[in-house]
Design a protein around this ligand. Structure first.
Ligand code: GMT
Length: 381
């Protein structure tokens, strides 16, 4: 099938999922067209069946805000016609589902029927989409999509709770390619690059937005480190990084916290990690936790959103109430001191990650595409 994928190309879970999905679909013979404003960070362009079309938004002095959704819908129509694309999959409701709907309507005028799948990723619903300035258009474009998916049961329920949605939302979780991690397992994982033999390695990966609660990460680490010497690796960039650095200084652990920025070596970091910390106040799924688990890392997370669907309390790590730094620190210390349990949790983490393996999840999208395509003439209101 010829499929257009629209996503945010920058570092961030929704773009990563969309890119990995497109690359996996291309490998099994689908023709994939990424339509974004810059090249997605994880996209390998020189691969069979992969095409990339950049959306350009020309500047004009009259505009206070550049009309990206207008440029995107135009680009969608032109690309879909030029390449004979059969289906559109938009990731992140804002503004992609809205622009996609406009493209559909324009194409219909020319007798071209394009089904649109919208995948909801989290903040497009919980943070941005529910804002009163966006809510009406987000509700409309979700209701007008041919198929809607959410990345967890939790996000599906939240969407029904927050919006007036009168259509089916299917859950298709985030995924990882377990084989890729298993192949790499033979590569040496040099912990001595980051820590002493006796130290436990903690890691956090995110875009350092307020929802990630990066100060909780530093606080948990500082409390553990006071009793059991450890190292904390912080991967990512974002507005809250400065607060995390400040707290690390105040708590006297600055030299033990390594801020790596937007690293392209996340897997190398995760491979040497013992415990992954994700205390988010909102997390529709927690792809970062899943990637950590595939790297045999125990996870201490909050119970926000879909995290309890990924991290299994008492088996792959611990799940605690948002902001309960006391309990998270207690569990973290317990694992640093009980190496047998830590080892068991790390093994369990990989097993649990296999529930979300690529060969399990990607066919769910393919089935959805097939059924949407088969009924494309019916859903063109
Ligand atoms: O976590 C972020 O802030 C990035 C965000 C995104 O949209 O790029 O991630 C969201 O989508 C991911 C992929 O579906 C999920 O794994 C993340 O849990 C989700 N983030 C939040 O809900 C905060």
């Amino acid at each position: 099938m010829k499929i257009a994928i629209v996503c945010y190309p920058t570092f961030g879970g929704s773009g990563v999922v969309a890119t990995e999905l497109g690359m996996a679909l291309a490998k099994v013979g689908h023709e994939i067209h990424f339509i974004t404003y810059s090249q997605p960070v994880r996209l390998a362009l020189l691969e069979k069946n992969i095409f990339y079309h950049e959306v350009d938004v020309p500047e004009y002095p009259l505009f206070k805000h550049q009309p990206y959704d207008l440029a995107l819908s135009s680009k969608l129509v032109d690309t879909i016609k030029a390449y004979g694309i059969e289906l559109l999959h938009v990731h992140y409701a804002i503004p992609h589902a809205y622009a996609g709907y406009m493209a559909k309507k324009m194409l219909k005028e020319e007798g071209i029927y394009i089904p649109m799948i919208t995948t909801l990723h989290g903040t497009d619903i919980t943070l941005v989409g529910s804002h009163p300035f966006y809510r009406t258009a987000v509700t409309f474009s979700i209701n007008k999509s041919d198929r809607v998916t959410a990345v967890s049961e939790s996000l599906k329920q939240t969407t029904y709770d927050m919006f007036d949605i009168h259509r089916e939302i299917e859950v298709v979780p985030n995924f990882i390619d377990v084989r890729r991690y298993e192949e790499r397992a033979t590569e040496p994982c040099d912990r001595s690059l980051m820590a002493l033999q006796s130290e436990t390695i903690f890691t956090h990966v995110s875009n350092f937005r307020a929802v990630k609660r990066v100060e909780d990460v530093v606080e948990i680490f500082a409390r553990v480190n006071a009793k059991h010497p450890s190292v904390l690796i912080m991967v990512g960039e974002g507005p809250e990084r400065i607060k995390a650095e400040r707290l690390a200084k105040e708590r006297g652990v600055y030299t033990k916290v390594k801020f790596l920025g937007n690293s392209v070596e996340i897997d190398k970091v995760l491979c040497m990690t013992d415990i992954f910390l994700l205390p988010s106040s909102e997390e529709s799924f927690g792809l970062a936790a899943l990637e950590a688990m595939a790297n045999k890392t125990a996870v201490i997370s909050s119970n926000a959103g879909g995290l309890p669907e990924v991290n299994i309390h008492g088996e792959t790590g611990y799940v605690c109430n948002v902001g309960d730094v006391d309990t998270m620190s207690r569990f973290a210390l317990e694992l640093t001191e009980d190496t047998d349990k830590l080892l068991q949790f790390k093994k369990n983490a990989l097993q649990a990650a296999k529930r979300f393996d690529l060969p399990v999840i990607v066919p769910l999208y393919e089935r959805l595409y097939e059924s949407a395509y088969a009924s494309r003439h019916k859903n063109q209101d």
